[in-house]
Design a protein around this ligand. Sequence first.
Ligand SMILES: Cc1ncc(C[n+]2csc(CCOP(=O)(O)OP(=O)(O)O)c2C)c(N)n1
Ligand SMILES: [Mg+2]
Length: 265
Amino acid sequence: MKLANPALDVWIVTGDGDGLSIGGNHMAHLLRRNLDCQVLLFNNEIYGLTKGQASPTSRIGTRSPSTPFGSIEQPMNPCGFALGAGGRFIARAYDLAQKELPEILQRAHAHKGASFVEIYQNCIVYNDGVFADFAGKQAARDAVLWLQAGQPMLFAGGTKGLRLDRERLRLEVVPVSAGDWRAAGVLVHDETSRILAQLLIETPFADGGFPMALGVIYCDPALPFDAVVTAQNRKASAGKRRDLQMLLRSGDTWSVAGDRQIGNA
Ligand SMILES: Cc1ncc(C[n+]2csc(CCOP(=O)(O)OP(=O)(O)O)c2C)c(N)n1
Ligand SMILES: [Mg+2]
């Protein structure tokens, strides 16, 4: 649709099952090609519509009609998948983030190329409370770090931050006293760093007090696919007459009379 009508504003609203399993192949290539559109992947860690089977993001141990003894599969990390597929805009938020989510969607829309936004969504019927540790009303005060480009990675009211453990090449949580984040060695968020994006995406939430890092994790624009295709088509057809009948009757064509082939046109 986007290629046929480049002026169209395309938003793809999908789920963890549709976007990572049923249509996972399409997701990989859409991101790799960098088609200018927005993907909102609502992740509830379950196949909701079809009544609660385990999905590619269900955690180990999830009991469902398709995994009655608990899922034994390693779950997928949607943002990690998007980064690996070559996505150039990767963000995440949760359904109830009424202030932050609209801002993230505006950023996704402004980004030229494929924008991938994972939205943690509570499924009250089949998977209630899976994100409660950071997204619910009972979530701990220091559970979330909202990333801001060019700003220090602080959370828990500025009393903690993320630092790079340079020897082990990992992120670590450090205390920040009296707001002096520089002295604590807290990293400044650089949206154009793929390595930093990978660290933020792959460090497990709650591991060693690690917060859930939300917001725009990675944004490093590249030429969108539709722009290149349109330019290529224009170049290929420049100076050529657009006459369909002429095209159909040119080159290797055959005239057929009745059921008898009578020769090359
Ligand atoms: C090719 C194909 N396979 C299976 C289905 C049946 N189906 C419809 S929705 C769905 C689950 C979708 O799960 P998810 O994408 O996580 O969305 P949710 O309902 O959880 O929001 C399935 C298996 C389908 N529509 N198309
Ligand atoms: Mg789902």
